[in-house]
Design a protein. Structure first.
Length: 103
């Protein structure tokens, strides 16, 4: 079976900026998001994600902290739960990008 790849750039309000189109996202609480795969994977996909610090395309920004991050909390073939946070560890709505690969 050929691998399947879903990916997306997600705005801090949970809207999709760009992506593969095979998923939806819902912001369920501050800094907490659910990604729902339109067609479930046959097993748990490998998910990689990162936070976009400040804004998409803001190349002149010199700030940022490696403590600001995105974390995969849970994943199954149908969905993933993601949290994003600030440098102090507080859950804060932030832009993030993800990739999910599986079959």
């Amino acid at each position: 079976m050929a691998p399947r790849w879903e990916y997306g750039c997600i705005n801090k309000d949970g809207s999709v900026r760009s992506g593969s189109g095979g998923f939806t996202v819902k912001n369920i609480a501050p800094g907490t998001y659910m990604i729902y795969f339109t067609t479930p994977f046959t097993s748990i996909p490998a998910v990689v994600l990162t936070q976009n610090f400040v804004a998409w395309g803001q190349f002149d920004y010199e700030g940022g902290s490696t403590y600001d991050n995105a974390v995969l909390v849970a994943c199954d073939p149908r969905s993933c739960k993601v949290i994003t946070g600030d440098g102090a560890g507080n859950r804060v709505d932030r832009n993030f990008a993800f990739q999910a690969v599986g079959v």
